[in-house]
Every structure is written in structure tokens, then in C-alpha cells.
Design a protein around this ligand. Structure first.
Ligand code: PMP
Length: 420
């Protein structure tokens, strides 16, 4: 240490005197053992970054609208500056449209879908509360894990991969357990299923249950009417059908969910995701308090994303997703490919799961698409790993030329293996 100080001190002296600073100041810092800088990692992150251009037709992220990316380059504002607070208000309003709610409790959680998921569980559930978790794939499984970390009494309902829960099965579970929360994933991206929410809001009201729904892969792609369907809490993602960058999780709470939050015996175990505190930043309770620095540029992007949703209109957005799903399946079926999800009504249109035929190397098809067309299609996840391909048709990407390129890549990939 002495040796290092001897070496560094004269350099600091010279630097200080050149700038007219008191050398004393640097001497004090020098006593913090200033040694020679280790440059080993310096070369690993320098120069101008290069990013390849890819068409992202996997389960997400999807490509962003260019206008959304441009919005991110706008000048930063302070996270409490009035013009930024106005943008946050506009985001809340845009979410009210997207969720179809009049609830004042909408906002973007700063973080990805997982942050929305954790915010929902941490705020709705108190230790010992019963949570019925519909596990139809990895997202239900994950909500179960997360809920246990918040000391919930988790009752897991399982359904085979590729199927959804019937109203009767859910009614039986609610009647038996009368849980505080029922969790369902509207668009289960690991299996490609679309869980119907019909009648569940009413059922949940009968058993005093809050209905929590994951819409990360479905919001903007398929119909959702938060108020009309009696949903109490929703979290979603920015990088799927809304075509924004990852990092902001659309979030909604009903009046009932808010009342439950206010009735808690103790505050949520997370400070970072405490919706009373975050709500205060978003003006839910009539004032604005600093909780964290909102991700300013990401919120600009989402402001633009929600403007695009409102310009196109939900009906035409849902219709576009539907049409592209049919276009995909017309082409896939003509190659002899089959959906993993047997029943038409269970099939998610935004993330499509395609059965890998016997003897086909699924990974080679994926690799060929990427190598040849810079096109991302994905393999399975969790219960579908090795069994399916997953093709996402979401937001900006839901257009004919992209679907046709996916079909072309499949045809090509199968031919190379002599399977077509
Ligand atoms: N839920 C679903 C249905 C998802 O598809 C995903 C992401 N693929 C998540 C939750 C988690 O979102 P994120 O990766 O943005 O945290």
C-alpha cells in the first residue's frame, strides 16, 4: 500500500496543481489506497455498439414500432417534472383504454412482466392467505413459487400442457377453498393456450376472491374487458403485443383490490413494489411523492406504444392478430404441421405452438431461420421443451409479410431435412 501511494501521490499532486486544486484534497483520497487501475476489462466495453437487425417472431420481445424507438431518444426529463408527470397521467389513461376499465388504479410498474407479477402477489397476498393458482404452464408454476415466498397458502390446480381450466373446475376450487386470490394466465406462452375468463369475475365475487390475471402475452392481442369481466388485478408486459421495449409492466387494480390492499394488517414485504408507494408516485391518492426514479425513456416509449393502440383501436388490433394467426395456420397446415393445442377455443393466437413432427430436428429449423433470414422462431419452454416450436405474432410484427417469411423458413427448414 505504501508503495502504491508513493507512486500515485506525485501524479495526483501534478494533476491538482495543474487545475489549481489544493493537493490536500487528493492526498486525502490517496489515503484510500489509490492503486494502478486494472484495465483488464476496459476493452470489453468500448467503441460504438453494433446490433444486428432481426425479425423477432418468437414469444417475445417482438420488434418495436420505429416511432416507439425514436421516442426513447427524446431528451430526458426529471422524473418529478410536471411535463413528465403529465406523460405518466397519459400512460394511466392509455392503460384504462387498453384494459377497458374506469378504475383510477392503472400504471406502469418500472420493470418487466415479472415485476408486475411480483407487485400483484406482494400487494394482494398477506402471509397465510389462500391463493388458488391455475398452473397451465411455467407462468402458473412461477406464480406459485413467488406466492410461497410471500408466505401464501398456495393451492395449485394443474391442467395438462396444451389445455385450459374449465369453468366447472375453477368453480369447484373456489367453492372448496374460498381463496383470497385466484390466479390465471390469459395467454400461457409456454404452451400456447388461451384461458377463458368467462363468468369468473362473478364467481370470484361470490367467494370473496380477487381475480388476478397475467396478460403479458395477450394484452392488445386478444379481447380483455377488465371491468365488464370483473377482473381485480392485471399485470402485463410492454414488449409483446404493445411492441414496446421491455421494462414497463402495465398494471391494473380494481376498487375491490384496492380496498383489500388498504385492509392489510401489515405493509407488503417489498418496499420496491409497494403499490401504495408507487401509486403515490403516479397520483393515485391525489398527491405525488418520490418513490423511485421512473425509467423516463422507457415511459416515453410506452406513451408512444399506447398512442399507437388508441390510433388503431382495440377492435382492429385484435382483428389483425386474429387474421395473422389464421394466415399462419393455413400455411402450416398445408405443410402437414399440427397445433400442439388440440381445441380451437383453447388456442392462443399471439403465441402459436406447433408440434414438432417425429424425426424432425426442431433446433435445426430454428437455426436455419436465424442464419438465413435473421428470423427468430423459438423452441418450447417448460412442459413443451423439445416438443414444439413457438411462433409469436404480436403487435408491430403481426402483418402478412412477416407471417409469410415464417412460413417460408419452415418450408425451407423442413425441406433441408427431407421432411417436405
Ligand atoms: N407471463 C407470461 C405469459 C410471459 O410470456 C412472460 C414473458 N415471456 C412473463 C410473464 C414474464 O415477463 P418478463 O420476461 O417481461 O418479465
Amino acid at each position: 500500500m505504501k508503495q502504491a501511494q508513493k507512486l500515485v501521490a506525485p501524479v495526483l499532486e501534478a494533476f491538482a496543481s495543474k487545475r489549481g486544486f489544493a493537493s490536500q484534497r487528493f492526498a486525502a483520497r490517496a489515503s484510500e489506497e489509490v492503486v494502478a487501475v486494472d484495465n483488464a476489462a476496459r476493452k470489453g466495453c468500448d467503441g460504438v455498439m453494433e446490433v444486428p437487425s432481426r425479425l423477432l417472431m418468437g414469444p417475445g420481445p417482438a420488434n418495436a414500432y420505429p416511432r416507439i424507438l425514436t421516442a426513447q431518444a427524446l431528451p430526458l426529463l426529471g422524473h418529478m417534472h410536471p411535463p413528465f408527470l403529465k406523460i405518466m397521467d397519459e400512460l394511466s389513461e392509455g392503460l384504462r383504454y387498453t384494459f377497458q376499465t374506469k378504475s383510477k388504479y392503472t400504471l406502469m410498474v418500472s420493470g418487466t412482466g415479472h415485476a408486475g407479477m411480483e407487485a400483484a402477489i406482494a400487494n394482494l397476498v398477506e402471509p397465510g392467505d389462500k391463493v388458488v393458482v391455475g398452473n397451465a404452464g411455467i407462468w402458473g408454476e412461477r406464480v406459485g413459487i413467488l406466492s410461497r415466498r410471500y408466505n401464501a397458502d398456495v393451492i395449485e390446480l394443474k391442467t395438462p400442457a396444451g389445455t385450459t381450466f374449465s369453468y366447472e373446475a375453477l368453480k369447484a376450487a373456489l367453492t372448496q377453498h374460498k381463496p383470497k386470490v385466484l390466479f390465471l394466465c390469459q395467454g400461457e406462452s409456454s404452451t400456447g393456450t388461451h384461458q377463458s375468463l368467462a363468468g369468473l369475475g362473478e364467481l370470484c365475487r361470490q367467494t370473496g376472491t380477487l381475480l388476478l390475471v397475467d396478460t403479458v402475452c395477450s394484452l392488445g392481442g386478444v379481447p380483455l374487458f377488465a371491468d365488464q369481466w370483473g377482473v381485480d388485478c392485471i399485470y402485463s408486459g410492454s414488449q409483446k403485443c404493445l411492441s414496446g421495449p421491455p421494462g414497463a409492466a402495465p398494471f391494473f387494480m380494481s376498487e375491490r383490490a384496492m380496498e383489500a390492499l388498504q385492509r392489510r394488517k401489515s405493509p407488503p414485504a417489498t418496499y420496491n413494489l409497494d403499490m401504495n408507494l408507487i401509486g403515490d408516485y403516479w397520483g393515485w391518492f391525489g398527491k405525488r411523492s418520490y418513490h423511485h426514479t421512473g425509467p423516463v425513456s422507457t415511459f416515453y416509449a410506452m406513451r408512444e406504444a399506447l398512442a399507437i393502440v388508441s390510433e388503431e383501436g382495440l377492435e382492429s388490433l385484435w382483428k389483425r392478430h386474429q387474421e395473422m394467426h389464421h394466415r399462419l395456420w393455413d400455411g402450416l397446415r398445408s405443410m402437414g404441421l399440427k397445433p400442439f393445442v388440440e381445441k380451437d377455443e383453447d388456442r392462443l393466437i399471439t403465441v402459436n405452438t406447433i408440434k414438432v413432427p417425429d424425426g424432425v430436428d426442431w433446433a435445426a429449423v430454428v437455426k436455419h431461420a436465424m442464419d438465413t433470414y435473421s428470423l427468430e422462431i423459438a423452441g418450447g419452454l417448460g412442459p413443451t421443451a423439445g416438443k414444439v416450436w413457438r411462433v409469436g405474432i404480436m403487435g408491430f410484427n403481426a402483418k402478412p409479410q412477416n407471417v409469410d417469411l415464417v412460413l417460408h423458413a419452415f418450408r425451407d427448414g423442413l425441406k433441408r431435412q427431407g421432411k417436405l
